[in-house]
Design a protein around this ligand. Structure first.
Ligand code: MG
Length: 506
C-alpha cells in the first residue's frame, strides 16, 4: 500500500481524527520534555495542570460513542483485521486502544490517579528512610486497583495478562513464564562460574572524566551510529530518556556522572538506539495510527543492541579506543585495549537493577516478574515483599541487600501503578540478540565494518526488518518476520556464554 491510496470516507475520517490526536499527544510530549530538561522549580505545578488538561482533551476526543461507531463500521468495511494491509492494521490498533480506554470506568481511572499520586510521594519517603512499612499500605491499594483493572478484561487465561498486554501487545503470562523458567537456571549457573574467577579491574573508569570530553565522545559515537541530528537533539536530564514529537523530531537525554567515566556514553548509546527506532519508522506513518513502536520489548531490543552488543564489543572499541585515550590520557594512557574491554565488561552482582551488567540484569527482572505475578494471583502478600525480595536476591545473585532502599524499594514503577512493565526489559535483551544473530548471518562482514567505525549495514537491516513497520505488527510477529522465531532465551544464553567464556576463561 502506498501513500496515494484512496481511502473510504470513513477511513479518511478515522485517519483525520488520529492525525489530530497525534498532534495533541506530541504537544503533550514537548511539555513533558521541557519539564524534565528545562523547567524552573516554580513551573512544575502549573505544568502539571497543563499536561492534565491536554490528557483530558485527548481522552474526551477519542472515547466518544461516535468514534466507537466509526471503528465498528470500519471493522466491517475492512473485514479481516489481521490482514496485512495498513488499513486493517490501523483499525486493529485503534480498536484495541479504544477498547482499553473505554472499558475502564471513570471512577476507577480517577481513583488510580489519586492512589498513584499519593503512593509516589509515600514511595519517595519510604525509600529515603528505607522503611517499607511507609509504602506498604499504598502498594496494597495499587495492587487492589490493578486487580480491578485486570478483571475488566475477563475472560483471560491469567490475571496478569491484561497488565502485560498494555506494554507488550499480544504477549501472555504463560509465554513469559516459559521463557524465564528456561532462562533463570542458565543465567544463575553462568553467574556462579564467573564468581569463581578473578574479576578484571575497572578502577580506571570509576573516575571523574572531564564532562566536556564525555560529551564529545558521546556525540561522535552516535553520529557514527547514524543518529540523525537533523531530526533530533541531545540534552542533559537527571534520568536519561528518549521522547518524540513526531518522525521529524526524536530527542534523547543523558546525564554525566562524577564517579564513572563511561556511564554517560553507554546511556547515550542506549537512548540513541531507542531514538533511531523512532527515526526509522516509515514516512507514510507520519501522524498515522501505526506511527508508534511495536512494543516496549522491541524498543528495548534496539537500545540494548547499540549499547551492549555493539557498544561493549571488542570490534567497537578497537575503533573508538584511540579516541578515548586521546580525550582522557590521564586515565587511559597506560590501559591497554584488552584491559579496557575487559574492564567495561566486568560482571558484578549488584543490588540495583539499573546498574546491573549484561550477565546479571535479567535476574533482577525475573525476581520482579515473580513478585508481580504472585501479587496479582494473590499468592504473595505485599507485607512479605522485603523478605521475599532478599531471599531471591541471595538465591539468584548471591547477595542480600543491606536495606530496603537498595532492595524492594529501589524502583519507581510500582508506585506509579506500572505492574507488567518490568518483563519487557528482559524480553528486549533476548530479542536484541536474536535480531543481531540474524543480521550477522546475512551480513558476516559486520564485525569488520564495526572495527572500521561503520554501522550502515546494521542500521539499514534494523530499518528494513523492524523500524519501518512502526506498530503495524505485534512484537512476536516482528520477531518471526525478522528472525523466523518468536522471542526465545537460547540465543541470549549462547551470547553470554561466548562473551563471558572468553573474558573470564570459563
Ligand atoms: Mg530503555
Amino acid at each position: 500500500m502506498t501513500d496515494k491510496t484512496e481511502h473510504s470516507e470513513k477511513m479518511q475520517k478515522l485517519l483525520d481524527l488520529i492525525a489530530e490526536l497525534s498532534d495533541l499527544s506530541h504537544i503533550s510530549a514537548v511539555l513533558g520534555w521541557d519539564q524534565y530538561v528545562n523547567i524552573p522549580p516554580g513551573g512544575v505545578e502549573e505544568r502539571g495542570t497543563q499536561s492534565a488538561a491536554l490528557g483530558r482533551i485527548l481522552h474526551e476526543k477519542f472515547t466518544t460513542d461516535e468514534v466507537g461507531q466509526l471503528i465498528a463500521d470500519l471493522e466491517e468495511e475492512v473485514g479481516d483485521l489481521t490482514a496485512e494491509t495498513d488499513e486493517a492494521r490501523a483499525v486493529k490498533v485503534i480498536k484495541k486502544q479504544y477498547e482499553k480506554q473505554t472499558k475502564v470506568p471513570l471512577p476507577l481511572i480517577m481513583e488510580s490517579i489519586k492512589a498513584t499520586t499519593v503512593a509516589n510521594n509515600a514511595w519517595v519517603e519510604a525509600k529515603t528512610k528505607s522503611d517499607f512499612s511507609i509504602f506498604e499500605p499504598h502498594l496494597e491499594k495499587i495492587v487492589d486497583l490493578r486487580k480491578q483493572y485486570a478483571d475488566l478484561f475477563k475472560p483471560f487465561d491469567h490475571i496478569y495478562d491484561p497488565l502485560l498486554d498494555d506494554y507488550e501487545p499480544g504477549m501472555k503470562t504463560a509465554d513469559v513464564k516459559e521463557i524465564f523458567d528456561a532462562l533463570r537456571p542458565q543465567q544463575v549457573a553462568l553467574l556462579q562460574e564467573i564468581a569463581e574467577k578473578e574479576p578484571p579491574d575497572n578502577g580506571f573508569i570509576k573516575q571523574n572524566f572531564k564532562e566536556e570530553y564525555q560529551k564529545i565522545i558521546g556525540r561522535y559515537v552516535i553520529t557514527r551510529f547514524g543518529y540523525d541530528w537533523n531530526r533530533g537533539r541531545l540534552d542533559v536530564a537527571p534520568h536519561p530518556f528518549t521522547t518524540e514529537f513526531g518522525l521529524g523530531d526524536v530527542r534523547i537525554t543523558t546525564r554525566y556522572l562524577e564517579d564513572d567515566g563511561v556511564s554517560a556514553l553507554f546511556s547515550t548509546m542506549h537512548e540513541a538506539g531507542h531514538a533511531m527506532y523512532g527515526q526509522g519508522v516509515a514516512e507514510k506513518y507520519k501522524r498515522h495510527p501505526l506511527s508508534g513502536a511495536a512494543s516496549l520489548a522491541i524498543h528495548e531490543s534496539q537500545s540494548r543492541l547499540w549499547e551492549n552488543i555493539i557498544g561493549r564489543s571488542k570490534e567497537f572499541w578497537s575503533f573508538f579506543y584511540p579516541s578515548m585515550q586521546m580525550l582522557f590520557p590521564e586515565y587511559l594512557t597506560d590501559i591497554s585495549l584488552t584491559d579496557f574491554y575487559r574492564g567495561i565488561n566486568r560482571v558484578e552482582p549488584s543490588y540495583i537493577r539499573v546498574e546491573a551488567d549484561e550477565a546479571t540484569y535479567n535476574l533482577h527482572i525475573m525476581l520482579r516478574l515473580e513478585i508481580e505475578i504472585g501479587l496479582m494471583e494473590g499468592t504473595i502478600e505485599v507485607a512479605d515483599l522485603p523478605e521475599i525480595w532478599n531471599t531471591r536476591m541471595e538465591e539468584y545473585l548471591g547477595i542480600t541487600p543491606p536495606d530496603d532502599a537498595q532492595g524492594v524499594l529501589q524502583d519507581i514503577h510500582w508506585s506509579g501503578g506500572m505492574i507488567g512493565y518490568f518483563p519487557t526489559y528482559a524480553l528486549g535483551n533476548l530479542a536484541s540478540v536474536q535480531l543481531w544473530d540474524k543480521m550477522l548471518e546475512e551480513n558476516p562482514n559486520v564485525p569488520d565494518e564495526i572495527a572500521r567505525g561503520e554501522f550502515d549495514t546494521i542500521l539499514g537491516w534494523m530499518r528494513e526488518h523492524v523500524h519501518q513497520y512502526g506498530s503495524k505488527y505485534e512484537p512476536q510477529e516482528i520477531m518471526i518476520k525478522a528472525t523466523g522465531s518468536k522471542i526465545t532465551p537460547e540465543p541470549y544464553v549462547q551470547y553470554l556464554r561466548d562473551k563471558y567464556g572468553e573474558i573470564y576463561s570459563l
